[in-house]
Design a protein around this ligand. Structure first.
Ligand code: FAD
Length: 457
């Protein structure tokens, strides 16, 4: 038995509870917990994610030793500096992160061990009878639910003996934006494991009961708001799963767990298709007649399209780093189908501005809305921004919250202010939805003649 520590390399799993690599290391003696900030470790983080990461690392405080630079240089350097005898980590589902992990393993001269802990069902375990990956969510989830249930979460290791290791101060990672556009985010979020646990407890204490009914209403606090905590691994899906399953069963819990299933599905897709954020899974979409229109893209990004539900969503995103799922679908459909701007441009904007930016969920969801992805049903659906607003924000509360220029409008006009004449300070619609819809359908029809119909999975 040696007293040399094991270095536990934190990835997108910034937590101490239900952390298999940490638990196994702590059972054997002292541990050094290390995090390396490397812009080339997978896709470089967007601005909102960098803000989140800064605060998530701050929440870990002195527990974690920080480094900055290429992981394959920094992790071996730290391991040597602290006299580590092995390096453990939880393996990432994202192939871009796994590639870094392979390089680190190769650079290390001491043993390494990896663990699984960030999915409910291990990647590759959910397969068709023919052993192939699923391309459609419903059978994927049905098959997953027939597997042995996800293991119970591991408790936080006790005792946890941390060995000293020299690292950088948090400020040296330079994650915080230079301008203070993050104030709205700071009001809404508490990054870190404690914030994640509090969100889960709040959600399971009330909103989950009506989740089935309220999850589509953006003005209501009807969803869990766990997504950024999951994106940074401050809470594991297994913790959420078992906490929810411990409650009396109901529609709310059933639907909520199914949403976690979509997270799993996206991760399984990304593991199969590392280029999910850029390459359409349906090859015929490569020939789609996209428009190059930077000015229209800018109006959309700034929430100045003239369609209230769209502008409300994009402003909610800008101010809080988060957008309600229903509205994400509506704004994505508008960019892709009304403006004919490539879905990759929207994906990139979300990547930069979402605190929950997630390489699997973001790419898979954008492809789903575009109709170019897996399970793209209903195929090439075009959302009407007015009727969607009227249906899911019936009294206009959501629009009034995020678009103050429309706060005084009566309910009958809040989703179509142009019918009242112009609302001061608010733009007219940038496109006529009916015309845009016809144009999009014509563009889509042109694709259908293409014989290549198989998914790139
Ligand atoms: C265009 C578009 C882009 C998106 N980009 C992201 C992204 O970058 N990161 C991200 O986490 N989610 C993304 N989503 C999925 C979804 O909008 C968010 O997960 C959800 O709004 C987060 O809020 P919540 O935690 O309150 O969700 P809840 O409704 O409470 O759901 C619980 C958890 O289930 C998962 N989940 C819920 N819906 C989905 C879904 N449709 N696909 C995959 N997982 C889901 C999330 O991890 C979420 O935290 C995107 C959706 C669309 C339409």
């Amino acid at each position: 038995m040696t007293n040399d520590p094991i270095l536990v390399w934190l990835r997108r799993d910034l937590r101490l509870t239900d952390h298999p690599a940490l638990t196994h290391a702590a059972q054997q003696g002292p541990v050094v917990l290390a995090f390396c900030h490397d812009d080339q470790d997978g896709r470089a983080l967007g601005g909102a994610s960098r803000w989140w990461l800064h605060h998530s690392l701050a929440a870990l405080g002195d527990t974690v030793t920080l480094a900055r630079g290429r992981c394959e240089a920094e992790i071996p350097r730290l391991a040597e500096a602290c006299g580590a005898r092995a390096v453990y980590w939880n393996a990432s589902a994202d192939p871009a992160l796994s590639a870094t992990e392979a390089r680190v393993r190769q650079a290390l001269k001491i043993p390494t061990e990896t663990f699984a802990g960030d999915e409910l069902f291990s990647i590759g375990a959910v397969r068709t009878n023919a052993g192939t990956p699923f391309q459609v969510f419903t059978p994927f989830w049905r098959t997953a639910l027939a597997l042995p249930p996800p293991p119970q979460p591991l408790p936080r290791p006790a005792p946890l003996v941390l060995a000293p290791c020299p690292g950088l101060p948090l400020a040296a990672l330079e994650l915080m934006p230079k301008l203070d556009w993050w104030r709205g985010m700071a009001e809404l979020w508490q990054p870190g494991e404690a914030g994640a646990a509090a969100r889960l407890a709040d959600f399971l204490d009330g909103p989950v009961e009506t989740y089935q009914r309220d999850r589509d209403l953006p003005a209501k606090p009807g969803t869990s708001l766990l997504s950024p905590h999951l994106a940074f691994g401050e809470i594991s899906p297994r913790q959420i799963w078992h906490a929810a399953r411990a409650l009396p069963p109901g529609d709310g819990i059933h639907t909520f767990l199914k949403e976690l299933g979509w997270r799993e599905f996206s991760r399984h897709l990304l593991a199969r298709q590392p280029d999910l954020a850029t390459i359409p899974l349906r090859p015929e979409f490569r020939a789609f007649p996209w428009r190059d229109d930077p000015e229209a893209l800018r109006k959309w990004q700034m929430g100045r399209t003239g369609y209230p539900i769209i502008d409300a969503g994009l402003r909610q995103l800008w101010q809080t780093g988060w957008m309600h799922n229903r509205v994400r679908m509506i704004v994505a459909s508008f960019l892709i189908k009304d403006l004919l701007i490539p879905w990759q441009a929207g994906e990139a904007w979300f990547w930069d501005t979402l605190v929950d930016a997630d390489s699997a969920n973001n790419a898979a969801s954008w492809q789903w809305v575009a109709g170019s992805g897996a399970d793209a049903a209903p195929f090439f659906r075009i959302f009407n921004p007015v009727t969607q607003g009227e249906k899911f924000d019936p009294d206009g509360t959501y629009v009034r919250t995020w678009v103050p220029e429309l706060a005084h409008l009566p309910k009958a006009f809040v989703h179509q202010p142009w019918k009242m004449g112009r609302a001061p300070g608010y733009p007219p619609p940038m496109v006529d939805h009916a015309l845009a819809r016809t144009r999009a359908l014509a563009a889509f029809k042109g694709l259908k003649d293409d014989p290549a119909q198989h998914l790139l999975l």
